[in-house]
Design a protein around this ligand. Structure first.
Ligand SMILES: [Ca+2]
Ligand SMILES: [Ca+2]
Length: 94
């Protein structure tokens, strides 16, 4: 009986070590560099992105007024999301 218990414990420890190794190695954890997130632009983390927080090389800098749909001179997350992924207009007419 003792031998059986020891073997089971050893197997469990081995399985634990394996799953630990699998967790440590996560190739999907690195984010793509190209994407600028709302959080990254919102330098002072007040929940809004103002134009001075946008780098001039970012296309959002020039399109800021366009993205600012309610004209309050700052972008909330929704406005930013819609700038990146504009809701598609359905082309009903042909
Ligand atoms: Ca801000
Ligand atoms: Ca706005």
């Amino acid at each position: 009986m003792n031998k059986h218990t020891a073997t089971t414990a050893l197997a469990a420890a081995f399985a634990l070590a394996l799953s630990g190794a699998a967790l440590a190695e996560d190739p999907m954890s690195t984010a793509p560099e190209a994407e600028t997130t709302f959080e990254a632009l919102d330098g002072n983390a007040d929940g809004y992105v103002v134009q001075s927080e946008v780098p001039m090389e970012n296309e959002l800098y020039n399109e800021f007024a366009l993205a600012d749909q309610d004209d309050d001179a700052r972008l909330n997350r929704l406005e930013y999301d819609q700038f990146l992924n504009p809701p598609e207009e359905e082309e009903a007419e042909e």
